[in-house]
Structure formats: structure tokens, C-alpha cells
Design a protein around this ligand. Sequence first.
Ligand code: RIB
Ligand code: CA
Length: 318
Amino acid sequence: MLDVDTGVDDACALLLAALHPGLDLRAVSCVGGNAPLVDVVRNTLTVLGLVGRRDVPVGVGAARPLLEDPVDARHVHGSDGMADLGLPVPLLEPDPRLAVELLRDTVAAAADAGTPLTLVPLAPMTNIALFARLYPAVFARIGRIVFMGGGANVSNATAAAEFNVFHDPEAAAIVLDACAVHGVAATMYGLDVFYDPLVTDEHVARLREIDSAAAQLGAALVSFHHRRFASGGATIGDAGAVAMLVCPDAVRTERLPVRVELTGSFTRGRTIVDRRDWTGDLAHDPHGLAPAQVDVALEINGPWIADVWLRTVGGEDW
Ligand code: RIB
Ligand code: CA
């Protein structure tokens, strides 16, 4: 299950999750982030409808962060949040359940079936935090959370913080705390690896020759970022977090203590990844060991991850 703020790279992630034969996309929940919630929901339904995944329920979640005022990233993703492609309004409707109810039901059903769910937040974690607070016993039944957010050594929203965590720092802190309390495994796909899986102009040209909705949408999404950033290559962003589910060996992680800074004037929203040796003498540290032990992605085989996306979106003709 994905939690998204569809956005260009969330759309790339949705294409991969919806189409890869090794993945079973159960549901998607939406949150305000890259764009206002109404655009996020429309964009998400548009992508799923275009690739024939009307079976995937889409839940409407929080329109804004728990405390922060909402800001968006339409300067990055276009005024409609998804590359301003002028696509027709989707015929699909969102699920009648709220995002937290869809999260509850999807996590519970997977756990009941003996296959605990992998939850993939690719946005500010407001919905996930609300889910943890409203349904803690169900949250505890999640198999693993693989979230796109934060960074050990890299930031984008500010000099210290990554957009998803900066947008709702309290939510990120609540989710990490809930993972620690309930023993839910967590992987952080942060900015240290986020920018490495690149799709080039040449890749886009090949996708454009493939007569499928997925290939044409994928090409349009990536080429939007090529034009927006005047570059010959663009990251598939969030899609990398989904790709690592099918090729985990393409990403090197270390299990490290992680906290979220909530109070710093210039550091609010920073993910503090503690790389010190805790087998040594750190008893002097008044903060102590962070409760959340997270598998932090530190290195990635970018071409491998990008190839997973290209082969899935390009289909047999790739
Ligand atoms: O910082 C990158 C993240 O912020 C991505 O998830 C992108 O879609 C935006 O949500
Ligand atoms: Ca996103």
C-alpha cells in the first residue's frame, strides 16, 4: 500500500507499483503535500485509471499537516501537481472510506491472511501518524514501513530538512515512535539515494516509441522534469522506494538510530541519523539512544533501480 501526494514522482511510483508483476498494490491513500489534496486525489485516480487499475481503492486523507501550515511544491510538479499534462478528468471515484480507515482495513486484511503489509509512505506522513494514533493495535500489525523521507547527509526543503518530513515533522516523529513502540520494521529511503536513479532523454525517446498508456505517461512525466530543470536526466524520485522492494540488493542500508528535530529554528524537520558507535561509551549523551532503529538507505545502484522502472513502464517492448 502506498501513501502519496501525487506529484510527478509519486505518479512514477504509482506506475511501478500498479504494473510490476512482483508487486501486489492493495490500496493507495492520499495526503496534501506536493499539491492540494483535491489535486493529489485527482492525479492518483488519473494514473490508476490510465493503466487499468480501477481495482485499487484510493482513500482521501488529510488536507494539511498536523501543526504546520500547508505549503506545496507546485513549482516543482506543475500547477496541477502532475506536470500539467491536461489529462481528462478520471471517471474513477475515491473509496468511501477515509484514508485512515482504508489503512486500517488494508493492514488488518493482510495480517489476517498471514502476509503482513509493506506500507510505502511517499509523502508527508500525516495519514500514517493519524492511523497510528487512531488504530494502534492495527498499526502494530504492519509488516514493514518503507518511507521516502529525510536524509542522513542531504536535504532539499531547507538546509537541514527533506520536504516530506519538513512538511509535517510531528507526523514523522509520531510514526518513528510508533514503529519503535510496536516493533514495526522501518526503512528510510531518503535523499542520500533519492536523486541517483536517473531517466535520460534517450530513455524518454524510447518510451515515446512504445504504444501504451504507461509508457506514454511515464515519458511525459519524466520529460516534464527534464524541461523544468533543463537537464538531460531526471530522478524517478519516489519510484525508487518502490523499486527497492523488488530489488533490495540495489540499495545498501545500515540500521541506525533516527530522531526528528521538532524545535530547531533552522533545523526543524531534520532527520537526525546517529552514526556513532553505540557499543562504545556514549553514556555521557543526555539524549540517550534514539528509540527508533531504522534501516537507512545510504548507497544505491541508481541505474539498476531506474532500469526496473523503465522495464516495467515500457513493458514487453522495452
Ligand atoms: O523530498 C522529496 C519528496 O517530496 C518526494 O516524495 C516528492 O514527491 C515530494 O513529496
Ligand atoms: Ca511524494
